[in-house]
Design a binder for this molecule. Sequence first.
Ligand code: 6R9
Length: 711
Amino acid sequence: ARPDITLRVATDPTATAGAAIAGKSGGDDVPDHMPDLEDIAPLYDAKSENTALKRYKSDYVFSLSKNKQYWNKRATDLITWDNYPFDESSCDGIMTGGFEYGDVAWFPGAKLNVCSNAIDRHVQNGKANDIAMIWEGDEPDQVLKFTYADMLRKVSEIANALKSQGVRKGDVVTIYMPMIPQLPMTMLACMRLGAVHSVVFAGFSSEALSSRIAASKSSVVVTADVGMRGGKTIPLKKIVDDAIGKHACKDIVKKVLVYERERSIVPDGNIATDGNAKCSGNTPQINWFPDRDVNMNDILPKQRPYCPPESMDAEDASFILYTSGSTGQPKGLVHTTGGYALYAAHTIQTTFDLQPNDIFACVADCGWITGHTYVVYGPLLSGGTTVIFESTPMYPDAGRYWDMVQRHKITLFYTAPTAVRSLIRFGDDIPKKYDLSSLRILGSVGEPINPAAWSWYYHAVGEGKCTIVDTYWQTETGGHIITNIPGVTPMKPGSCTLPLYGIDCIVLDPMTGKIIEGNDVEGVLAIRRPWPGMARTCLDDHERYLATYFRPYKGYYFTGDAVRRDKDGYYFITGRVDDVLNVSGHRIGTAEVESALVKHPSVAQAAVVGRPHVIKGEAIVAFATLTESNTEEDDELVKELRTLVRGEIGPFAAPDIICITPLLPMTRSGKIMRRVLRKISAGEADQLGDVSTLADPSVVDTLIALVGRYD
Ligand code: 6R9
């Protein structure tokens, strides 16, 4: 039986229990009372204006009206600064700039090192022997546990190894790695040196990797010989070799630092292991370019196991992360050190109520923002224990997550609705087989969680006793911006509920850009004032940053999402309003897929849309016209096109349906009417709306017949 959930509710909006975990003396800030469980209406109902929610509302108002004081308090509670030059009563200079020029700066002139905040200070504060990281390998018996002291040594060695290869403060290091412990450690090592990491998800193709290396002019790439996922071997080093061989990368990459996966996961005598982490000793054969390639496992033992951290300005760049936008070119979003680190620690402690004895498992890959903020930085900055999961929810069977929860006594678990939906079909009996009584909070991220998935997560996994936090945020926001807070915000299935403290959410009329006040309204979601975790620019393209986020609605940050605010003020995200798809929680630009398709010599024009999919959320439907008048259904061509997209972007972007069509729905002015394609793909051809601007209205019937073949 599960013990009663006990959740803390902060009495002071600037305080959460997190201050204590972060190694500061919590003092008066840490509330010593537990809320009456009756205070916590787990589901929203008529009585939900409970004391906790009332307190949230007044705290929220405080966090906006005394915004600088609010962030000053959080910044001094959660981060250990090398230098914090602000007058704490006036808070002058804590934030400068604004949305107009996109010159926002938080804590400019303050100094810190994110890596030493994530590791060293916990070692210094009596947590040296606490477990920082549990690595769960692809095979369930591959487990390694690293204490904070282990982390300090290992990360220092890697930092010194990077230094020995010429990496210095400000350099961009591309990381293309499997989810082995050395992935987060390499990220932290870059942070320690003040080098800017650019992690590229290891599911991206060599083409996508090459354009990201080229765009960031990264002269060092860190990779592994292979990755393992679900028992399959992925030849990462070979993909890196291919990427660097491409024209775009010519003369850019000077060093490729290679981990051998097998050698990297052997417990080295100091590192604790639960299972029997296996090392076959059979290192896969890879090509080796002696002038360029360096074997990390050979040079690491030679490194000094301490590396002094660089003191960075709060506004120095900490990392770049590429994400899809509405053009074919991915955007390299740039995050900071101070504001980002503060926001990562602040959100994980608010949303997940992270306590010193929690075991936090965010099963995302480090290649996405969720992995950055909630696998690596949030948990470690908070002195928590984070789980690094290398495998998939289906390997070796559909009980893998729950087996892992049981073995590590995971208390906080964070995944995406698509994973939940893929598990529902295996039935309630699977989670029932495991002891899940350690769980107290379940998180959801990446897309709206539909009520059926919510209900299964809540009942079958959480046994009706866990809070589900539906966390809405983006690569651009750095961390959660709208989510319920356990013990504070009553839940509503399908709603990410209410904005976090300090986040000034507004709903805009998409046409006029005017603020829509009141409840029971719909529009596009925007934010009215800067927050510390926001991305500051697009790498080498500040103009694009302004054009994407701040020009569509003057004075506001535009999220690109549509939203409904219901009669109780709760937010429901209803989907993107730009040409970005959300497939299994991955952001994919339709323009990226289209530009891949038109690289095929037979394709004249391509248009890509999303249509609802029960597991993936959205499926990719591609329409293509051909250069020759050959419009016969051609299986071979469709296969080639699918392979082409896999090669250009990655397997996760391959279209589910490819329709070869004689024509596309064009307006008389020559624009593709995607709305028509979207409706037809979704089987809603009866709701096409106004099609009077179509150049050739007969296209509609042709397309309905074509798409009909796939239903
Ligand atoms: C963290 C992450 C961002 C887009 C975002 C929105 C969608 C994310 C959501 C959600 C509804 C949630 N999204 N979380 N929609 N409810 N809880 O996913 O970042 O990959 O940049 O995607 O994902 O559409 O705009 P990112």
